[in-house]
Design a protein around this ligand. Structure first.
Ligand code: GLN
Length: 471
């Protein structure tokens, strides 16, 4: 059942929330080999479902997401539950509080069924850097599902839950959504509270949504968006200006993205753009010169921030302690035992770019590049086009073990996605072809000015119907 059908049937009492949750738990168990979940909430989810059924039986009003099963990435806090962030260092950590997004979903009676797998601290593009092992792509189990929200994508694509919460710092929702044939939203920076999201790179991190359809994605975003008192970077979500129909929009195609696009993927994306043209959509080629610097800018900014954010994982404030002679030795031993290779590499890079003598050359420069990105996007949206359409991934989902051999190749996986995070703008990825047995899925992303999610959803819905019309 898709989300709206579940909510309708549960709210009316036609189907019990307990039976919905039981069947979800069964599906999770059946597909254990995909390694989507780190923790499954058997008892907690059934208990919540029982409480909801009792409320309905008593004729009380219920929330707009009543009985909707949802998975939550394991870097988002749920009070009393394990929150590992995919890391050995936090494998026994339990959060003492709920993230704002969790509070909001549960206030609408959605039912969280478990915490999903991820690259350690959300650092990665394939899901293979998780301490709990890689997740597998349900469409081809020899391939990765994409990361870092790997388990989130698998939980939806594998038919376990209709919707999932993931997080983005540089593409971690859109990329796995694309590799698994799903819709993935990276919201405007500040539109969703980060309270309860483990900090990776605080100036870029946002919680996002993965789903099979655009409408389901929008419903979850509408529930979680808006200011929270606990996150001073979160904002009251502004009323969207008039929403235009797709044919009244000018859609920019950034030259730099299409020039860099893989030769094998390009015909499929261009065929989709042609279909849109045939349907009356208007395109304009535009330029985003900064995109050449997207990946280096992203990796300077994020490593700098994460090296500082992860200093709290020290065997004192957080994480398992390794005893040693002396405090510094104890901290060193705890961090050395707790972090994986990729996280260590990034902490060292971040410490380097922030060190005296290098600060201006690296971090200072990256901040300037960030400002340029923002200015270029703003210029385009104010003068040249309403939205931008671009590829998401520059390859089909890699085989397990293939991409993580070379860290630079892994970093380049983000080439089309991290620009939106650097600029703080929203981006929504949508599949461009009907699911088929033969071809692995492929998506495009649409990006717009800050806080224009409504417009992105409206256009994405039109794209979805073009895809569904395909014979
Ligand atoms: N692949 C990127 C990285 O490794 C993006 C991660 C993310 O968006 N959380 O940093």
């Amino acid at each position: 059942m898709e989300s709206f059908e579940i909510v309708k049937k549960v709210s009316s009492g036609e189907v019990s929330a307990v039976s919905v949750v039981s069947s979800v738990l069964q599906k999770i168990e059946q597909q254990k080999d995909l390694n989507a979940f780190i923790t499954v909430f058997e008892q907690r989810a059934l208990q919540k479902a029982k409480e909801l059924d009792a409320k309905i039986a008593a004729g009380k009003s219920v929330g707009s997401l009543a009985g909707l099963p949802i998975s939550v990435k394991d870097n988002i806090a749920i009070a009393g539950q394990r929150m590992t962030c995919g890391s050995a260092s936090l494998q026994d950590y339990r959060s003492p509080f709920d993230a704002t997004v969790v509070e909001r979903l549960e206030a609408e009676d959605a039912i969280i069924v478990g915490k999903t797998n991820l690259d350690e601290f959300a650092m990665g593009a394939t899901g293979e850097y998780s301490h709990f092992g890689a997740s597998k792509n349900p469409l081809d189990t020899s391939r990765v599902p994409g990361g870092s929200s790997s388990g989130a994508a698998v939980s939806v694509a594998g038919g376990m839950v209709p919707v999932a919460l993931g997080s983005e710092t540089g593409g971690s929702v859109r990329l796995p959504a694309s590799y698994c044939g799903l819709v993935g939203l990276k919201p405007t920076y500040g539109s969703v509270s980060r309270y309860g999201l483990a900090a990776f790179s605080s100036s870029l991190d946002q919680i996002g949504v993965l789903s099979k359809t655009v409408a389901e994605n929008k419903a979850i975003f509408d529930c979680i968006k808006g200011k929270s008192a606990h996150d001073m970077t979160s904002r009251v979500y502004p009323q969207n200006a008039e929403i235009k129909s797709g044919k009244d929009l000018v859609i920019g195609l950034p030259d730099e993205f299409f020039r860099a696009l893989d030769k094998d993927l390009s015909p499929r994306i261009l065929a989709f753009i042609q279909k849109m043209k045939d349907a009356g959509f208007r395109f304009k080629s535009v330029s985003l010169p900064s995109s050449e610097f997207a990946v280096p800018t992203y990796y300077v900014l994020t490593t700098a921030e994460l090296s500082s954010n992860l200093s709290r994982i020290d065997g004192v404030r957080y994480s398992a302690r390794k005893e040693a002679d002396g405090v510094m030795q104890m901290i060193g031993a705890s961090r050395s035992a707790g972090f994986g290779k990729e996280v260590k590499r990034r902490i060292m890079l971040g410490t380097f770019v922030l060190s005296a003598g290098y600060f201006d050359a690296y971090y200072g420069k990256a901040l300037q590049a960030k400002a340029n990105f923002e200015a270029e996007f703003t210029h385009l949206f104010e003068n040249e086009c309403d939205l931008i359409l671009a590829p998401v991934a520059n390859s089909l989902p890699p085989k397990l073990g293939e991409r993580c051999l070379d860290p630079v190749q892994m970093y380049n996986t983000d080439v089309f996605t991290c620009g939106a995070n650097i600029a703080g703008i929203p981006a929504l990825s949508v599949p461009i072809e009907k699911r088929s047995q033969q071809a692995l899925p492929l998506s495009v992303q649409i990006m717009g000015n800050k806080f224009c999610e409504e417009q992105l959803f409206a256009l994405a819905q039109e794209l979805e119907s073009i895809v569904n019309k395909d014979s």
